[in-house]
Design a binder for this molecule. Structure first.
Ligand code: CP3
Length: 346
């Protein structure tokens, strides 16, 4: 029997939506914090294949999610291209910056990322051996725009200002960086698929700050190129696109890019998305992650409303963004029980 996530991605409407959760392996879980301490720090955990596989499996063991997402980070690609990367404790990522042609010229070529990323492919191989047979393994990468925002600023930024400034001030350099990242992402995801990833997700977390033609050129088009290249190399591989906070640009995104599923953030009204996005295929989402902190009847009501709104078509239940470290693991169980209650009620 085909795995439920793969059936939904193929366009099947299931009686109960399959479920997984962004950042399901993370700091809200005590077992994650213990393994991270064992690894030393976050990046050492990413590059330790045995321990990265272990933290990927932890939420599967605890909750029985329908999918596991490879434990890694979108910023490993810049590192493999030659950028310096470190995580300042409690402050998030820091990178060396790209501001000039000289900086860009120091980057490696897309085909030269695999030596650095080999441990990630090994994590994928371990997971394919160890995951339960009903669990789908999802690989992932950041979208070129989102990764570029970190490479240009050297850190996370509230409005992606430095990236917008480079786009306006030196569009040739900006476009060259997007092109390099597009090619590197194809190489990286292709290697994950060869190692055993059964689906891949492209995270464009900052797509919402691109408007109009800039969205089409730097969010839609790179996603289309990556998706087409992956499907040419690996026929039938399902792709999930996540142009977070795209607003009305969610409409038509699947058709324009060829992705099999569009992941929705929690600002999107499910009834609107059912009519305007799910008409083109599978959707994923979109419970606000704050419910994992607050719990209670509001969590139950909102979960039921999302399941109902998307019940007429293919749907994978998820949060609208990653679960936060202050979440209560019991609220995750409540969400899962609520999604699956239809089945339990028989
Ligand atoms: O369980 C999973 O979802 C798989 C692993 C995963 C991580 N990061 C692990 C991680 C995935 C899919 C990501 C994607 C990612 N990384 C994105 C896109 C999704 C999104 O959240 O918008 C982005 C923008 C990043 C970059 C990144 N990594 C930032 C900005 C930070 C610091 C902020 C934070 O949450 O601490 C990270 C660190 C990170 N990546 C953690 C984890 C579990 C926390 C690190 C820790 O353990 O201290």
């Amino acid at each position: 029997m085909t795995k439920t996530i793969l059936r939904a991605l193929a366009g099947e409407t299931l009686p109960t939506p399959p479920i997984w959760m962004m950042r399901q392996a993370g700091r809200y879980l005590p077992e994650y914090r213990a393994t991270r301490a064992q690894a030393g720090d976050f990046l050492s955990l990413c590059y330790n294949s045995e321990l990265a596989a272990e933290v990927t499996l932890q939420p599967i063991r605890r909750y029985g999610f329908d999918a596991a997402i490879l434990f890694a980070d979108i910023l490993l690609v810049p590192q493999a291209l030659g950028a310096d990367l470190w995580f300042a404790e409690g402050e998030g990522p820091r990178l060396s910056t790209i501001g000039s042609e000289t900086d860009f010229a120091k980057l490696r070529h897309a085909g030269d990322i695999h030596d650095t990323l080999a441990p990630i492919y090994e994590t994928v191989r371990i997971l394919r051996r160890e995951l339960p047979q009903e669990t789908t393994l999802i690989g992932f990468a950041g979208a070129p725009w989102t990764v570029a925002t970190y490479m240009i600023a050297g850190r996370g930024t509230p409005d992606q200002g430095p990236a917008h400034a480079l786009m306006a001030g030196n569009e040739a350099l900006f476009a060259a960086l997007i092109g390099r990242l597009t090619n590197a992402t194809i190489e990286y995801l292709s290697a994950q698929i060869e190692a055993g990833a059964e689906c891949v997700k492209i995270f464009d977390s900052w797509a919402g700050s691109l408007k109009g033609a800039a969205f089409d050129t730097y969010a839609t088009e790179p996603c289309r190129i990556i998706t087409q290249a992956l499907k040419a190399r690996h026929p039938g591989i399902p792709v999930i696109g996540f142009p977070r906070e795209a607003g009305e640009k969610y409409e038509g995104f699947a058709k324009a890019t060829g992705v099999d599923c569009v992941a929705l953030d929690s600002a999107v009204d499910p009834a609107w998305a059912a009519a305007h996005v799910q008409v083109d295929g599978c959707v994923q989402g979109n419970l606000a992650s704050s419910h994992m902190v607050t719990g209670g009847q509001a969590l139950v009501d909102e979960t039921r409303a999302i399941v109902k709104a998307f019940s007429g078509g293919p749907h994978i239940f998820n949060l609208g963004h990653g679960i936060t470290p202050d979440a209560d693991p019991a609220n995750v169980q409540l969400m899962i029980d609520t999604v699956r209650e239809g089945v339990h009620a028989g």
